[in-house]
Ligand binder design. Structure first.
Ligand code: AMP
Ligand code: MG
Length: 512
């Protein structure tokens, strides 16, 4: 690995903050690891730029010419800029409900934390080679899964949903063995923090000497850098748990509202900041099926669309269990932690109802709104009405006309049982009238929360097919499209339509 010194753009070395310094140390399998181990990427031959986000670069205050030969090497793991001190971190986790023990950044490398115009951000390479936590896997990510992660990170951001970002995607012809031979790629991810529930679980459950101090250090670290308002909380661990409860509840509501299925909601894939993290076998709902399972490996449907909010809660309980040793007050009053956890039962439905209300274009709060939304969803499920298309067409619903008026046919015709729709639509109309809703204004409001484009599996698949043949144009086209998912874009009518029949045959599963 070489350190490059050049005239071309590189962040000034003093901007790399090295905030994990107090947590870093050499990996020693016998005494176990500190949080982070200094590490380096394994070189990948002949990298190319596949896609990148100029919007993110510019928000970070980077110049237009940030992509050049040198940054290509840096964002493939082949070089470092002065000031960077790459690390791999250790975490554990519950996978599919079972304690999996130590995992860690098996194929992620934290390049460092950079002070940017958006504030300090962590940079992470995914797929830059083996680390001490690779557990005999190869530390690589293939082009296929990297395109999916790049596109979906930026698509979720476009939808306004908290997520880790993707700055760029590079690819190399270097072969990687999966079910067949594929090729390697690296996604540069950017986030305020990549700390997961699993980081806390690791230090709570290992039993190794000194690990509770590290656990306390982790809580302090997250509070200092991400929640300074909690600095004086009577119990910091409890206060951080409350933040995790709130942000996770809001995130689950956000996912549900766009029909996003994460696919692998293991505790090691849950961000302490409530960001969507680790895009693997995710999917967006097509025809609405609440039991939809997007991950081929999830045979029991633990992570089906309808289970996600409940699993969010399950994962928070695992986080709470990890934090218990830091809350001595529980010896006196265990209700303290139960109350914090239970607040999820209020926060999630509140957040969810606000989302459904917005999707229906309702502005005034009414206790019946939840039911109105649930009844629409039941009808949609009965008819497998397309999730995205139904809500988008509902924006154009004319409440001043009868539900069966031909003008309302585009949404009505999505339901085989037209009368069922008419009944619901009449209730919707009454509800709209009660708040003096004006169709044209409601339409505009609804079009800002009901996307016209989401990253359906078949779209990613088309982009992957081309990129494998060396043509990255479809990846870039989709990236541009999904940056503005609420605006109809000329020439992109097919992307707004129903998925083709062959899409049903696509199957995606865990790590690739
Ligand atoms: P995931 O299912 O992608 O969240 O991964 C679960 C765990 O396996 C994490 O600790 C990953 O770092 C690790 N992992 C997945 N794929 C690889 C790989 N190809 N090489 C090394 N570690 C991996
Ligand atoms: Mg993961």
């Amino acid at each position: 690995m070489v350190t490059l010194l050049d005239e071309t753009f590189a962040p000034p070395s003093e901007r790399w903050l090295n905030r994990y310094a107090s947590f870093s140390g050499d990996w020693n399998p016998r005494v176990q690891a500190p949080v982070a181990t200094p590490w380096q990427g394994d070189a990948l031959a002949r990298p190319r730029w596949v896609a990148w986000s100029n919007e993110l670069a510019s928000d970070m205050g980077w110049p237009d010419g940030w992509r050049h030969d040198e940054s290509l090497q840096v964002f493939t793991g082949n070089a470092v800029w002065p000031g960077m001190s790459p690390l791999a971190t250790v975490y554990s986790g519950h996978q599919f409900g079972v304690w999996a023990g130590q995992l860690g950044d098996g194929r992620a490398l934290l390049l460092g934390e950079l002070d940017t115009a958006m504030g300090p951000l962590e940079f992470q390479l995914k797929g830059a080679g083996q680390t001490p936590y690779s557990r005999r896997a190869d530390g690589r990510a293939v082009l296929r899964s990297s395109i999916r992660e790049f596109l979906c990170s930026e698509a979720m951001h476009g939808l306004g949903i908290p997520t880790t970002r993707a700055l760029c995607l590079t690819a190399s012809p270097q072969p990687v063995m999966r079910e067949g031979v594929e090729t390697a790629a690296v996604v540069t991810r950017v986030a305020p923090s990549f700390i997961r529930f699993g980081h806390f679980e690791h230090f709570a459950h290992s039993g190794a000497a000194g690990h509770l101090d590290v656990l306390r250090g982790l809580v302090d670290y997250v509070i200092t850098h991400h929640y300074p308002d909690l600095a004086d909380a009577p119990n910091r661990a409890l206060a951080l748990l409350q933040k995790a409860v709130d942000s996770t509840a809001d995130l689950m509501a956000a996912w549900q509202s766009v029909g996003f299925c994460h696919g692998v909601m293991n505790t090691d894939n849950m961000s302490i900041l409530g960001l969507t993290i680790d895009y693997g076998p995710f999917g967006f709902l097509d025809g609405f099926d609440p039991q939809h399972i997007c991950n081929h490996s999830d045979s029991e449907g633990r992570y089906s669309w309808q289970n996600q909010p409940q699993i969010g809660y399950w994962n928070l309980r695992a986080l709470a269990t990890a934090l218990v040793p830091l809350i001595p007050e529980l010896a006196e009053d265990d209700q303290l932690i139960i109350d914090v956890l239970k607040s999820y039962e209020h926060r999630f439905p509140l957040s969810m109802r606000a989302r459904w209300r917005a999707k229906l274009g309702l502005q005034v709060l009414d206790p019946e709104d939840g039911q109105l939304a649930v009844d629409l969803l039941s009808l949609m499920a009965e008819h497998r009405a397309d999730f995205t298309i139904t809500f988008r067409r509902l924006c154009d619903y004319r409440a001043d006309l009868s539900p069966s008026d031909p003008v309302n046919a585009p949404v009505r015709d999505l339901f085989l049982n037209r009368e069922g729709f008419d009944d619901w639509a009449r209730r919707y109309t009454v509800r709209l009238r009660a708040e003096g809703s004006v169709d044209a204004e409601r339409r505009e409001r609804m079009r800002r929360v009901n996307p016209v484009y989401v990253l359906r599996n078949y779209m990613a698949e088309n982009a992957i097919d081309k990129a494998r043949k060396g043509d990255d144009s479809e990846v870039r086209r989709l990236h541009a499209l999904l940056q503005n998912p609420f605006d109809e874009q000329p020439g992109c009518e097919a992307d707004a339509g129903f998925p083709p029949d062959w899409a049903k045959g696509i199957s995606v599963s865990c790590s690739s």
